[in-house]
Design a protein around this ligand. Structure first.
Ligand SMILES: Cc1cc2nc3c(=O)[nH]c(=O)nc-3n(C[C@H](O)[C@H](O)[C@H](O)COP(=O)(O)OP(=O)(O)OC[C@H]3O[C@@H](n4cnc5c(N)ncnc54)[C@H](O)[C@@H]3O)c2cc1C
Length: 434
C-alpha cells in the first residue's frame, strides 16, 4: 500500500472510530454518567468532570484505533503503521485529538439542556437560602447561583449573638448550615457567578461565569451589599480600613495601637469597629458625622469610653494629607484640619449591583443606597424580577425608603416573603409550575 493510500485509510478509520466513539463508548455508560452529572448541575465537580472526560476520550480513542487496525490490517502491518503514524502524522494526530475532544465537549454541552426554572436565585446569603427552603416546600423548580461568597456576608463575622433560637455561633458556621440545609433539600446549587441577565423576552435568560445560560420565569436578586466606598482627595495613596472581618481583627487592633483614629460615619458596624480600636490601644478615636444628630449607639460609645471617644458633628471629609503613604491628618470640607494617623470607613453599605442587565425598562433603585425598590411582595418594578435580603429596599406610603438591613434574621424574613411573592406572581400569570 502506498503511503498516501495508507494515510487515507488510516484517516478514514479515524473518522469511523471517532463517530463510533460518539455513539458507542462515550454515549454508552460513560456518556450517560457524564451527561447526568452535567445535568445534575454539580458544578463543584466541573473541573474533575472535564479531566475525567478527557481521560475517557483518550481511552476510547486508543481502544478504537486498536480495533480499527485489527479489522483492516495484520498485527505486523498494524504495528508498522502505528510506528509510521506516530512519527509522520504527529501533528495531524494532535489536531485530530483536540478536534475530537472539542467535538465531544460541544456535543455534551448541547445535551446539557437546563430546565426552564420557575425562579432563578442569585446569591447564597440567608435570604437566598430562606427563599430556597420555602420554594422547595412549594414544589417550585428553582436553581441557586452561589457566587463568590457562598453563605454570604455573615461568613466574616466572629460570633453571632442575635439569632433567635440559636446558641452563639461563628458566622461561618451559620453560613455553612444554610448551604448544607439547601443541599439536603435538593436545591440545585450552582457554583457560578451570574454575569449577565437578559429580560427582553417573557422567558428570562441568565448567563454565568462558567458560560452557562439558564432560563427562568422569574429571577430573584439576593446579592447583598458591599461597603460604600469612601471618597476623598488623595485617598488612593493611603490605607483606609474597612472591614472588621474576623480574619482582619488582629491586624486592625495591632494597627490601632497608640494611634489617633478617625472613624468616618456611624454605620451599623461602627460600634464593633470602635470597640476593637479601643481594645487595640488606640490613643483617641474621633467619630465624624455628616449631620448634627448623634445616634443612640454612638452616644453609648461616648459614655462607655469617656475621654477616648469624641464625636465631631457636621463634618465631611475633603482630602487626606500625609507623606510617603503615612497619614498625617484629614482636611474637612469646612477647611478645618484634624490630626489623625489612621482612618476607618464606617459609612455603611450599598446594594451589590454587579450584573450586566439588558432590560426594556430601567430598574427603580434607591439612589442613596443603590438597592432595588420592591413592593410588599418583594417584586421590583420589572414583572417577575424580585429582590430579597439586603439588596432590597421597601418604600413606605410616603415614598420614604426603609433601610431594614444588616440583620441576618431580617434577610431570612425577606427571603420567605419574597418566595410567597413569586408563588403569587406565577399563579397570577397562570404560569404552570415547571
Ligand atoms: C461584618 C459584618 C458583620 C455582621 N454581623 C451580623 C450579626 O452579628 N448578626 C446579624 O444578624 N447580622 C450581621 N450582619 C449582617 C448580615 O450578615 C446580613 O444582613 C445578611 O448576610 C444579608 O443577607 P443577604 O442574603 O441579603 O446577602 P449576603 O449575606 O450579603 O449574601 C450575598 C450573596 O450573594 C452572592 N452574590 C453576589 N453577587 C453574585 C452574583 N453576581 N452571582 C451569584 N451570586 C452572587 C454572594 O456570593 C453572597 O453569597 C453582619 C454583616 C457584616 C458585613
Amino acid at each position: 500500500m502506498s503511503l498516501k493510500l495508507f494515510k487515507l485509510s488510516v484517516s478514514l478509520c479515524a473518522v469511523m472510530s471517532s463517530t463510533t466513539a460518539f455513539s458507542t463508548d462515550i454515549s454508552g455508560e460513560d456518556f450517560g454518567r457524564y451527561n447526568s452529572r452535567a445535568l445534575s448541575h454539580q458544578a463543584y465537580d466541573e473541573k474533575k468532570f472535564q479531566s475525567d472526560l478527557d481521560l475517557a476520550i483518550a481511552n476510547s480513542l486508543k481502544d478504537h484505533k486498536i480495533s480499527a487496525f485489527n479489522k483492516r490490517l495484520s498485527d505486523t502491518e498494524a504495528l508498522q503503521a502505528a510506528i509510521r503514524i506516530s512519527s509522520q502524522t504527529n501533528q495531524e494526530e494532535k489536531k485530530y485529538q483536540s478536534d475530537l475532544a472539542q467535538a465531544i465537549k460541544n456535543s455534551l454541552l448541547d445535551q446539557k439542556s437546563f430546565p426552564l426554572y420557575d425562579a432563578f436565585v442569585i446569591g447564597s446569603g440567608p435570604s437566598a437560602h430562606s427563599f430556597a427552603a420555602n420554594a422547595i416546600q412549594d414544589k417550585l423548580n428553582i436553581a441557586l447561583a452561589l457566587g463568590e461568597n457562598p453563605g454570604g456576608a455573615i461568613n466574616v463575622k466572629t460570633t453571632v449573638r442575635n439569632f433567635a433560637g440559636l446558641e452563639e455561633k461563628y458566622g461561618y458556621e451559620l453560613a455553612y448550615d444554610w448551604i448544607q440545609k439547601s443541599e439536603k433539600l435538593g436545591v440545585p446549587l450552582l457554583q457560578e457567578t451570574v454575569t449577565h441577565i437578559d429580560l427582553t423576552d417573557s422567558i428570562y435568560k441568565i448567563q454565568t461565569s462558567l458560560g452557562n445560560t439558564y432560563t427562568a420565569k422569574s429571577i430573584v436578586f439576593a446579592q447583598g451589599t458591599k461597603p460604600r466606598p469612601l471618597t476623598a482627595k488623595n485617598i488612593d495613596r493611603y490605607k483606609v480600613w474597612e472591614d472588621d472581618a474576623w480574619h482582619q481583627i488582629g491586624d486592625f487592633k495591632r494597627a490601632a495601637k497608640d494611634r489617633k483614629v478617625l472613624v468616618v460615619g456611624a454605620g451599623i458596624d461602627s460600634v464593633n469597629k470602635v470597640k476593637n480600636l479601643i481594645e487595640g490601644g488606640a490613643h483617641k478615636v474621633y467619630i465624624a458625622l455628616r449631620g448634627s444628630d448623634i445616634p443612640a449607639h454612638i452616644q453609648e460609645l461616648k459614655e462607655l469610653f469617656p475621654g477616648k471617644v469624641e464625636v465631631i458633628l457636621n463634618k465631611e471629609l475633603d482630602s487626606i494629607e500625609g507623606k510617603n503613604h503615612r497619614i498625617r491628618g484629614v482636611r474637612m470640607k469646612d477647611k478645618s484640619f484634624l490630626a489623625v494617623d489612621m482612618i476607618v470607613n464606617a459609612i455603611g453599605r450599598i446594594g451589590n449591583q454587579n450584573i450586566n442587565i439588558v432590560s426594556k425598562n430601567p430598574f427603580k433603585k434607591d439612589s442613596q443606597s443603590d438597592r432595588f425598590i420592591v413592593s410588599a411582595d418583594f417584586m421590583t418594578n420589572i414583572p417577575g424580577v424580585f429582590a430579597i435580603g439586603d439588596i432590597a429596599a421597601q418604600e413606605d406610603s410616603s415614598g420614604q425608603v426603609i433601610q431594614d438591613d444588616g440583620r441576618a434574621a431580617i434577610a431570612i424574613g425577606k427571603g420567605a416573603s419574597g418566595e410567597r411573592g413569586v408563588v403569587r406572581y406565577l399563579s397570577s400569570k397562570k404560569v404552570k409550575k415547571s
